[in-house]
Design a protein around this ligand. Structure first.
Ligand SMILES: [Zn+2]
Length: 362
């Protein structure tokens, strides 16, 4: 079966290419904001928004009015229009908040371009992108399949990345009987019904210490000064390292889980509800629960596995998985180990939850 698969690489553009990349980011942002404003005005005046097509047909006229738009990849500009339409679509189906204007100051800048007539290609340690020519790339893995699109990102730590989406033919894995339950946590990224504990890289001492140190330095320095900016970049780089490490852990683990199990049971993530609890919010955003579920879902599709979800608000932590009796004291997150009053089984909090998730999802 054909599936979409993304390959992410760091790229090292030269000075000339950096100028062109920045121009493309700026023009994409300009087009996005232009149509976002227009969409809003149209909505206020007529009670209905625009459409992708209505906006896209305006692009040539825009290029006459602002000729510098002609200097960048035209498909990137079309994608910016598409992004406005998608953002409104997601807002109307209640998947997202109301679209915001894009700012030059936002921590990650990106644009997307589509592959037409082989204008995107990877050869040796280089990638070809429209209007940019060949850019040096760190080829961390071989690319597979047919290239569909490429997204270029500039991060707050000053690095460039490209994510290439390909159409890849993938075979489902041989079937197995194994079933796994996963409880997502705050302290740990996850605990499984088999008792595997996946740690959150954020809490590794090396990162903790470095982060605390540079955040202290940042707080001491005069805001806006050049030393302050250096410290700020340093903090951003540490966060980026933690994020990369977390993604790496998640990718390796979700692949292993998908390979070894036919059915994987997870909770419906109550992120919106839990985000209202401010103390929990930061940890949850941090633990990338959404990312884990996203990876499991698409990898399950690739390899012919099933993801089942325990119903929302199921009391997975408080229920004894052996006899089914409930202990409300376990609601308190600090209770890590408890003994069931009815059957005397001693439970490790998260593993018991993972076992309940299997029962409640099936
Ligand atoms: Zn019990």
């Amino acid at each position: 079966m054909l599936h979409h698969k993304a390959f992410k690489y760091r790229i090292y553009p030269n000075q000339e290419q950096i100028v062109q990349l920045r121009k493309t980011l700026g023009c994409s942002r300009f087009v996005f904001n232009h149509f976002l404003k227009k969409w809003q005005e149209e909505y206020q005046a007529k009670g209905r928004g625009l459409s992708y097509l209505a906006c896209a047909t305006e692009l040539p006229a825009m290029k006459c009015e602002w000729p510098w738009l002609k200097e960048v990849d035209s498909i990137a500009l079309q994608s910016a229009v598409r992004n406005v339409a998608d953002a409104f679509q997601r807002f109307f189906t209640k998947q997202n908040q109301y679209p915001h204007f894009k700012s030059r100051k936002s921590p990650v800048q990106s644009y997307t371009t589509r592959c037409t007539n082989h204008n995107i290609a990877i050869k040796d340690n280089q990638i070809q992108l429209p209007k940019l020519g060949w850019i040096r790339l760190a080829k961390s893995r071989e690319i597979e399949g047919r290239i569909l699109s490429a997204t270029v990102r500039y991060t707050s730590s000053g690095k460039w990345f490209v994510s290439v989406v390909c159409e890849v033919d993938m075979e489902p894995l041989p079937e197995t009987d194994a079933i796994l339950g996963i409880d997502v946590g705050i302290k740990h990224l996850a605990v499984t019904s088999e008792g595997l504990v996946l740690d959150n890289p954020r809490y590794t001492p090396r990162y903790q210490q470095a982060l605390a140190k540079w955040q202290r330095i940042l707080a001491r320095r005069k805001k806006g000064g050049s030393n302050w900016r250096k410290a700020k970049a340093k903090v951003a780089r540490i966060h980026e390292k933690i994020q990369n490490s977390r993604l790496d852990v998640l990718h390796k683990q979700t692949t292993t889980w998908i390979r070894e199990n036919q059915t994987i049971c997870i909770e419906v993530l109550r992120i919106a509800t839990m985000m209202k609890n401010h103390r929990l919010a930061k940890s949850i955003a941090d633990a990338s629960w959404g990312e884990m579920s996203r990876q499991l879902n698409y990898k399950a599709k690739w390899y012919g596995r099933t993801i089942k979800k325990a119903p929302e608000y199921a009391p997975t932590s408080q229920t004894c998985h052996v006899c089914g009796s409930k202990n409300v004291e376990v609601k308190d997150l600090s209770v890590r180990v408890w003994t069931c009053a009815a059957c005397q089984t001693t439970h490790e909090r998260d593993r018991n939850a993972a076992l309940n998730i299997i029962a409640m999802a099936l």
